[in-house]
Write a protein that binds this ligand. Structure first.
Ligand SMILES: NC(=O)c1ccc[n+]([C@@H]2O[C@H](COP(=O)([O-])OP(=O)(O)OC[C@H]3O[C@@H](n4cnc5c(N)ncnc54)[C@H](OP(=O)(O)O)[C@@H]3O)[C@@H](O)[C@H]2O)c1
Length: 384
């Protein structure tokens, strides 16, 4: 029986993780859960899965929850609460699925603890990839990516030598605006951007998929997970989202992993790693139509290029990129700025980021804070 801690249990990844766990009561036991502010769903999850420790973002919600769940469950709150959940009772697997930079410290705590880190929170590697990977190496933790692309790469690397890799190819669905004329991008509404053609995800990652910034964050994530240079990481648009990513080897062979676009697949791979288990995912019907691949249009989707630039610049640049994007996406969702303003806000913020080598968490969190202030100023300049 594996013990599981879940950070972000009320989100899209968290809910799908519990859906997989529900299929395998003999294999998995949930010991700790953390969430943000969705009290009703969190209370229902606690009732069903009976974790011993839970945490919410804010103290007032934690107090309310305590009165609902009673004294048998310890209720914490805040960043420290999430960190405690990450490592409670040395879980076999910590699922890191809080969204945004808020996921960094609990993920780092899990990496230091030495179990399996099922990593959905790509932001922790974008902000502090070298630190998280070094801590995992020191403790013996295994980081198993939950992002479908990185899970596909990990699966396509099994049985091959690192030195035989020519490059990896991350696939991108292209999002809802792949074929929309660029002149019309200025009219894109949050409702339209939140309708992803293939994946059902949280709001932030869905908007990032529409701008292709998500693919840029994934390029940075891949750099750290697989120890590759930016030139060894390519992106191809694949609108059907069946080929989840590929590795090209020196002899010209390309090994890929395919499956239906359903996050229960990569989640189950991470939970049961190195075994494979039932997921409830419908089989993938390859007769349903052609599989297409195209180069990404970097002019139409400038956020992807900005992410490559930030990765090449290194230091705190990726942290600034992520912080600016979090601010810009929120402003877009709240109707403050146009969809087309997102890349400009990020670019403006990056040009103001003081170069730093990003060697410590303090330096990274300080760059994150300053970038958020700069991004808020950039939002004001282009407010609708
Ligand atoms: N969804 C996908 O298919 C997918 C695929 C690949 C990678 N990812 C990555 O996985 C992560 C989660 O994505 P998601 O789509 O599941 O997001 P989501 O649906 O927005 O869920 C986010 C989760 O984080 C919790 N949360 C947010 N801020 C928190 C804080 N400060 N403290 C504690 N909990 C907090 C939320 O709690 P409340 O809802 O209770 O407020 C929720 O449980 C992101 O990094 C994303 O890029 C997602």
């Amino acid at each position: 029986m594996k013990s599981i801690s879940i950070l972000g249990s009320t989100g899209s990844i968290g809910i799908n993780t519990l859906n997989v766990i529900r299929l395998h009561p003999e294999r998995f036991k949930v010991t700790a859960l953390a969430a943000g502010s969705n009290l009703d769903l969190f209370a229902a999850q606690i009732k069903e899965f009976k974790p011993r420790l839970v945490s919410l973002e804010r103290e007032e919600d934690a107090l309310k929850l305590s009165s609902i769940v009673g004294p048998s469950v310890e209720v914490l709150y805040g960043a420290e609460g999430a960190e405690s959940v990450a490592v409670y009772d040395n879980p076999d697997v910590t699922v890191s699925a809080i969204t945004g930079a808020a996921g960094l410290l609990p993920t780092l705590a899990a990496a230091k603890a030495g179990g399996v880190v099922a990593l959905a929170n790509k932001e922790s590697l974008v902000l502090a990839g070298s630190i998280v990977m070094a801590e995992a190496k020191k403790s013996g933790a295994t980081i198993v990516p939950v992002d479908s692309e990185h899970s596909a790469i990990m699966q396509s690397l099994v049985g091959h030598r690192r030195e035989d890799i020519k490059r990896i190819i991350l696939t991108a669905s292209g999002g809802p605006f792949l074929d929309r004329p660029q002149e019309d991008f200025v009219n894109i509404t949050p409702q339209q951007a939140l309708k992803h053609p293939n994946w059902d995800m949280g709001a932030k990652v869905t908007i990032d998929s529409a701008t292709l910034l998500n693919k840029g964050l994934e390029v940075i994530e891949a750099r750290w997970l697989f120890d590759l240079s930016p030139d060894e990481i390519s992106v191809l648009v694949h609108p059907q989202s069946i080929v989840h990513s590929m590795v090209e080897y020196l002899d010209g062979s390309i090994i890929s992993q395919m499956g239906a676009p359903d996050m229960r697949g990569p989640i189950a791979y991470a939970l049961a790693y190195p075994e494979r288990i039932e997921t409830g995912v419908e089989p993938c019907d390859l007769t349903r139509g052609p599989l297409e691949f195209r180069e990404p249009d970097m002019k139409k989707f400038p956020c992807l290029g900005l992410a490559y630039d930030a990765l090449r610049a290194g230091g705190t640049m990726p942290a600034a990129l992520n912080a600016a994007d979090e601010v810009a996406v929120r402003a877009f969702l709240e109707g403050q700025v146009a969809f087309t303003a997102i890349s400009g806000i990020i670019e403006d913020t990056l040009t103001r980021n003081a170069p730093g080598n990003g060697a410590t968490i303090e330096e990274i969190t300080s760059a994150d804070r300053v970038a958020r202030e700069n991004a808020r100023r950039a939002v004001k300049k282009v407010e609708l």
